[in-house]
Design a protein around this ligand. Structure first.
Ligand code: HEC
Length: 178
């Protein structure tokens, strides 16, 4: 079987992402961004498919908008989730040495636990079925990280940090604006 031609797909996808972000006001602009469309290659056959794709993307963008979480989420990320998780993740760069370093990790974990609880109440108006579960997973990973820090167990903090990171990714994949 011939290898799929990935090089042709990438700009196409990038264009569709831009369309989905609403950077272009109409579907024709979206289509123009596809270099193969501009070249006119297989134009007739592709037009129907492209229309279907553009339509589907527009529809997805519409749903994505309704599913966007409130703006407070971004504030919570910047002011608490990011700095608090940084302290936990930093254990991967170097084990805490002083008691105060360990205390900072414990504190970061406990701020994350609280942030997860707050986050659970800030889901999007629609399509938020997984939101609470994802926010709770973040809190739970933070609980494990916190008790690992309390036990001064570097490996256990790192393991919990890996789980924690996955919870960030899982939620962003599903709910972050594309
Ligand atoms: C329950 C869902 C959820 C979880 C869990 C979550 N996030 Fe987020 N995060 C979001 C959403 C939604 C946005 C986008 C908010 C927006 O743009 O309005 C976001 C945005 C961000 C941003 C972008 C901030 C910016 O300046 O644009 C960062 C960084 C971030 N999150 C880090 C994290 C980290 C680190 C974790 C885990 C420790 C995490 N998030 C866990 C939902 C989540």
């Amino acid at each position: 079987m011939p290898a799929p031609a990935m090089s042709g797909k990438a700009p196409e996808r990038a264009a569709h992402r831009k369309c989905a972000r609403g950077l272009f006001s109409n579907a024709d602009n979206c289509r123009m961004l596809n270099p193969r469309e501009i070249a006119g290659e297989k134009k007739q056959m592709k037009t129907g498919i492209t229309c279907a794709i553009v339509g589907a993307v527009a529809l997805m963008a519409h749903f994505a908008l309704a599913q966007q979480p409130p703006e407070r989420v971004l504030g919570l990320m910047k002011s608490v989730v990011v700095p608090a998780s940084d302290v936990v993740f930093a254990v991967g760069k170097g084990a805490p040495k002083k008691e105060s370093d360990w205390a900072a990790v414990e504190n970061g974990a406990s701020r994350l636990i609280d942030a997860g609880k707050t986050l659970a109440t800030e889901g999007p108006a629609t399509g938020g079925a997984d939101w609470i579960r994802l926010a709770n997973s973040m809190s739970q990973a933070a609980v494990v990280a916190g008790s690992a820090a309390k036990n001064r167990n570097v490996d256990a903090v790192l393991d919990a940090g890996d789980v924690l990171y996955t919870t960030c990714e899982d939620c962003h994949r599903q709910y972050m604006k594309k």
